[in-house]
Design a protein around this ligand. Structure first.
Ligand SMILES: [Zn+2]
Length: 284
């Protein structure tokens, strides 16, 4: 799933071409695409795009009367639509502007049909679904503020980072990368991390977000997750990139139904192997 760097860079690309363009129509291709009834999208017809930005993993297209909040979910894309076919493959919704730019097509491959658009009245973004559920932006959150959030609840730090209600913008890949960068066990308890742990995590978030953004800004379209350069995420069985520094060790994995926790035992768990049922075939 695209996370903060992918959405941020994509918002920048779209903003370069679409800010100032006047919306003429929003056409949903199925009933799940538009998640809200009030205000209706046509309240924005005839209005230019004021800004295109991001909050958490959501794209925000701002018009004066309302903001369209778009979630791409797993396989969604919002791209210029040169073809304009009647039934585009995976088509969820099409945003049409004046004659100077192609429409924007929201697609979602697969059958989940979870990508969609919320229209939220101006001034109500922070107090309306889906943005009202989000914690503060993970990127730029001061260590002291993160330490306060850590102290409030006893969670594994990997789970905390992925939970959009705790902090927003980090997903499965960045959670692995941040824990590796911070040299903290993904299963460390947030309550026990204190200001020292929060400082390491805040610094790691900054490093990983900056690396992701730099990579993503160098592309003309959003990367697929396997393209994104990663130190730990998706690197099961590969040598830890710090092996020159700490001696040979391999990235390990703990598999869950929806995601994989990747970590280096030497860097992150004092050499302890966490309940690990997947890497033995690589490491024998
Ligand atoms: Zn390591």
């Amino acid at each position: 799933m695209p996370e903060m760097p992918e959405i941020e860079a994509h918002a920048e690309r779209l903003a370069a071409d679409y800010v100032g363009e006047v919306l003429t129509k929003l056409h949903p291709f199925n009933f799940t695409a538009l998640k809200t009834a009030v205000p209706p999208p046509d309240a924005a017809y005839g209005h230019p795009v004021v800004s295109i930005g991001r909050r958490g993993k959501y794209l925000l297209i701002e018009f004066e009367p309302l903001t369209m909040v778009i979630h791409l979910m797993q396989g969604g894309r919002l791209l210029p639509d040169e073809k304009m076919s009647k039934k585009p493959r995976g088509g969820q919704a099409r945003l049409t502007f004046g004659d100077d730019v192609p429409p924007l097509l929201l697609t979602e491959q697969g059958t989940e049909r979870r990508a969609g658009i919320w229209c939220v009245a101006a001034g109500e973004l922070d107090t309306s679904p889906p943005i009202d559920k989000l914690g503060p932006e993970a990127v730029g959150l001061p260590a002291e503020a993160l330490a306060e959030l850590f102290a409030r609840q006893s969670m594994r730090v990997h789970g905390f980072l992925r939970d959009q209600r705790s902090v927003a913008g980090i997903g499965r890949r960045l959670a692995n990368e941040v824990c590796w960068q911070a040299r903290i066990s993904p299963f460390a308890t947030t309550k026990k991390l204190g200001l020292e742990g929060a400082t390491k995590v805040a610094e790691a978030i900054a490093v990983c977000a900056a690396e992701g953004l730099e990579y993503e800004r160098g592309r003309s379209d959003m990367s697929k997750s396997k393209d994104r350069p990663s130190n730990a995420h998706g690197q099961t069985g590969e040598p830890c990139p710090r092996s020159d520094e700490h001696g040979p060790d391999a990235i390990r994995a703990v598999e869950y139904s929806g995601y994989t926790v990747n970590y280096c035992p030497t860097c992150q768990t004092n050499g302890k192997i966490l309940a690990d049922n997947t890497t033995s075939k690589f490491l024998k």
